[in-house]
Design a protein around this ligand. Structure first.
Ligand SMILES: Nc1ccn([C@@H]2O[C@H](COP(=O)(O)OP(=O)(O)OP(=O)(O)O)[C@@H](O)[C@H]2O)c(=O)n1
Ligand SMILES: O=C(CO)[C@H](O)[C@H](O)COP(=O)(O)O
Length: 439
């Protein structure tokens, strides 16, 4: 059973966030040296027993998106990868198609998995060369195999694996061993231990010349299909192809246990929390506060841009993976937050990741020295706006601060807003949306 999304024969369209500009830039920079067809097979047909969860780990969701979608997005962003095959268990086919449609993935071919990882991978590899009815497809020169549960892999590393696979016939990622490997006796005693520096952990991605991996699978035994764990080994044993091994970054690790899902979520949150755009509305006091926030947040490792609005040239900020801080002075300016919200919704910015908007309300009124003056109907309106926004994956928080003429007090308030903003952006807690916090 195969289900296609998009036209597999056509050159791949860029993924949701990859822009034509970045593809062009890479060609100009000479980085896109891949002038042969490359495809990827993502085995996702396992049940994830070791997580102890009912849902297979590739379908577990964090930040409102299943893990498999993050992995697909990673490959969609690579302009020289022409097609993506995802292999899933028969009973998960509808779920997979739903994910593909919901997150606008394109050029993905979904194939039924097998009872073991090797059987699933072979189904994916075979589907690249022939259709369900046996009709021939244009085979890629190189096929990358990558576990669907390893969401973080950079384009430059994929390029290294792909080029080495083209040269050598096979290539794979390795990492230093974390623990020493020992052999045990049947009775559970130490038999011998391996010299750790001589061995490496085999990770993914791996790349193969298509015919090498296809023939290796055609020639390998039932026992290989049933118990084997290493594609590179099949290429060596059945095609005499010695794989080139390349040390990869630690982020190539595989989600295996439940705690790995939390680790993956925190890596995604970290990457989403690098930058923020402060929108001032143009008033002098808002701009002064925005500039002070920029200084304080930069010291907290966040890149901050200050702009007056989101129109004209400034609208470019909407397409970046930024978070937004809307500064309002005195007057009831929730409508400004509403405008930012609408602009983000229109740009479909929250399709793949939750976006944060922080409304910073600066109260400068003289008669509010206590800092306790209620803000009329604002908290209720704010909660209502945030509740609606959350449905669209946009997280709206509020921070209120009071202006002080006393420099030290004012500095401390700004510092608190900066720290709270960074924390809200990094935590992305859905439970805190709609709250108007006091700085
Ligand atoms: N019959 C199988 C078994 C595994 N896989 C895929 O191979 C990758 C790596 O395998 P592993 O981490 O072992 O996944 P599971 O088999 O799902 O996990 P577990 O061993 O804990 O059950 C995963 O993306 C998994 O979905 C597959 O496509 N088909
Ligand atoms: O990285 C590997 C291969 O080369 C592993 O063998 C692969 O990820 C399979 O995982 P598991 O052992 O969990 O089935």
């Amino acid at each position: 059973m195969q289900e296609e999304t998009g036209d597999m024969a056509r050159p791949v369209e860029p993924g949701h966030f990859s822009t034509c500009e970045s593809r062009l830039d890479k060609h100009i920079a000479g980085l896109c040296s891949v002038d042969f067809p490359v495809a990827v097979v993502l085995p996702a047909g396992g049940s994830g027993e070791r997580t102890g969860l009912l849902t297979p780990k590739q379908f577990c969701t964090f930040l409102n998106r299943p893990l498999i979608s993050y992995t697909i997005q990673t490959f969609e962003r690579v302009p020289w990868i022409q097609s993506i095959v995802v292999v899933v268990a028969k009973e998960r086919l509808d779920l997979m198609m739903d994910i593909i449609h919901r997150f606008h993935h394109r050029n993905v071919l979904v194939v039924h998995g097998g009872s073991t990882r090797h059987r699933s991978i072979f189904n994916g590899v075979r589907a690249l060369g022939e259709g369900e009815d046996g009709t021939a497809r244009v085979k890629p020169k190189v096929v990358i195999i990558h576990d669907a549960v390893r969401p973080f892999v950079e384009e430059d590393f994929l390029l290294k694996i792909t080029m080495a696979a083209k040269e050598q016939g096979a290539a794979g990622a390795i990492r230093p061993l974390v623990s020493t490997v020992i052999a045990t006796t049947l009775e559970g005693y130490l038999d011998h231990s391996l010299e750790r520096t001589k061995y490496r952990a085999s990770e993914m991605p791996q790349g193969f010349i298509y015919d090498v991996i296809y023939q290796a699978y055609q020639r390998c035994s039932e026992s290989d299909f049933e118990f084997g764990t290493e594609c590179l080994h099949l290429a060596l044993q059945y095609c005499g192809t010695n794989a080139k091994l390349i040390e990869g970054p630690p982020t190539l690790w595989k989600v295996t246990y439940k705690r790995d899902l939390a680790a993956a979520e925190s890596i995604v949150k970290e990457t989403l929390s690098q930058s923020a755009c402060v929108v001032t509305g143009g008033s002098a006091q808002a701009t002064e506060l925005a500039n002070a926030l920029q200084r304080s947040m930069s010291a907290l490792d966040m890149e901050v841009d200050v702009i007056s609005d989101l129109i004209g040239d400034n609208a470019k900020s909407l397409s970046k993976e930024w978070n937004f801080i809307q500064v309002s002075v005195n007057s009831s300016c929730l409508s400004e937050v509403g405008k930012t919200l609408s602009a983000l919704e229109e740009a479909d910015r929250a399709l793949l990741h939750p976006v944060v908007i922080i409304w910073v309300y600066l109260n400068v009124s003289e008669n509010d020295l206590s800092g306790n003056e209620p803000m009329g109907g604002e908290p209720a309106a704010m909660m209502e706006l945030a509740t609606g926004a959350k449905l669209g994956n946009i997280l709206v928080y509020g921070i209120q601060l009071h202006h002080s003429k006393e420099t030290t007090l004012w500095g401390r308030s700004v510092e608190r807003v900066a720290q709270m903003s960074c924390a809200l952006i990094r935590d992305r807690s859905p439970a805190l949306t709609g709250q108007l916090l006091q700085a």
